[in-house]
Design a protein around this ligand. Sequence first.
Ligand SMILES: NC(=O)C1=CN([C@@H]2O[C@H](COP(=O)(O)OP(=O)(O)OC[C@H]3O[C@@H](n4cnc5c(N)ncnc54)[C@H](O)[C@@H]3O)[C@@H](O)[C@H]2O)[C@@H](O)CC1
Ligand SMILES: [K+]
Length: 493
Amino acid sequence: MKLFSAEQIKRIDAATIEREPISSIQLMERAALACVDWIEDYYEKDVEFHIFCGMGNNGGDGLALARLLNNAGYNCRPFIVAHRSKGSAEFDHNLSRLDEVELNVHYINGLKEMPRVNENSIAIDAILGIGLDKPLRGIIRDVVKGIEEGYDHVISIDIPTGIPADFTTVNWNTAVRASHTLTFQFPKLSFLLPDMGDYTGDVHVLDIGLDELAMEEEHSTYFLTMDEEVESFRPMRKVFSHKGDYGHALIVGGHEGMMGAAVLATKAALRSGAGLVTAHVPSCGRDVLQISAPEAMVQTDHSERSVSNVPVSSRISAIGIGPGLGREHSVFKGLEKLLSEIELPVVLDADALHLIGTSQAWHLIPQNAILTPHKGEFERMLGREVESPLELLQEASAWAGDKKCIVVLKGAYTAVCDSDGNVYFNSTGHPAMASGGTGDVLTGIIAGLLAQGITPIRAARYGVWLHGCAGEEVAARRGEHSVVAGDLIDALF
Ligand SMILES: NC(=O)C1=CN([C@@H]2O[C@H](COP(=O)(O)OP(=O)(O)OC[C@H]3O[C@@H](n4cnc5c(N)ncnc54)[C@H](O)[C@@H]3O)[C@@H](O)[C@H]2O)[C@@H](O)CC1
Ligand SMILES: [K+]
């Protein structure tokens, strides 16, 4: 799914209005109806909605919602946050339609006019949407604070009031903290960054039928990887086939005391469908690997404690390097030799990134290699700390372009940055996955997919998507505090 800036969304709204054709007011009605459908699935009729409306079109959504929720049998009270003297045309239209249902509307000019809250009260935030163009102040800011203090449960319409829709460095001071955000057609870009995204709560994307052609025509370099799309990335299994048809992954990792990382990556490569998997580990790791991953072959280094020299057989089709590798100079020398000799698809993670980064040996990174750093690892590669999540993303994307590789920036919405400037955010995953070893599993999955011959960008996107699905599945089964990396492997596919 393509993601757009606020300006582009306005253009797509306008194209929908022109081409469908549909009036702006009908489009707003459609948006409000989509919210009602969602609310009816989610809430019984014993709640009381306090609907806070601004005076632009987001406020218009709120007024339409008040009327439609009232018709659906909900108890609702609309409040207008009087931040300007005149409403938009769509706001005025929906304000006058409240007469149809005899709903009284209250104006809030000061905090004294905030409604009394009881245990069934739910705030609906329809104050500002994608039209935000300056930080909150005055009455809007006061009401936003009042909502934060007064309500345990808040639903934001389209976007929590106060956060910009776009990636921006513009200062924004405060925002509604929503429990749920019902956003129209696509998640807004800002939801994907932790500093702003923390305000959205659970994001629900409601289809309001914006014009497909207009969305296609709008250029964007930002995408959200969705289930339907990645399903087509899955390597096909043929009836008349054997293990040799599905590639041979080599996992290079392990160090005395860190053999588990190599085990996790090896098992994940096996589970991701590679026909064969070999693990290259220091000789102290041979028994560990053979016992914990009997399906894999083990190739031992002549060094006892760490990897120092990795012969690569001509049968290998992709390599995953880094899990538990260690950081000694001898390991770096082995890595340097390996990377300068191979011409295979590669995924580099963890200590491999650290070793290349601390030696500034960027020339070793093969074209189209997949690098999978988390924030700290990427900052070490960069040689400095970044100031914001946006800067982190921009640097990762620039880096991918510069080094002609793929950077998988791991986090809540893992960002896969390609060398052409495209950024693919992942839509799966769970906070339960924030624990040791999950990155090793990801390296193994991607190496296993590369071995089967899918392109590096697809392997990266599909790999993070599968990894996230496994996390969601295990978190639902085991609870979010008890997920360990090994569980993800069993939940793959
Ligand atoms: N036909 C359409 O265009 C549709 C619009 N929709 C809704 O319309 C919203 C966008 O509406 P608008 O463009 O009217 O914008 P908003 O309703 O977000 O904002 C209204 C106006 O408030 C002012 N404003 C911005 N920041 C402010 C601040 N910090 N303090 C005080 N005033 C401020 C601006 O002049 C802005 O135009 C979307 O987010 C969505 O909710 C949906 O109903 C879908 C259809
Ligand atoms: K809002």
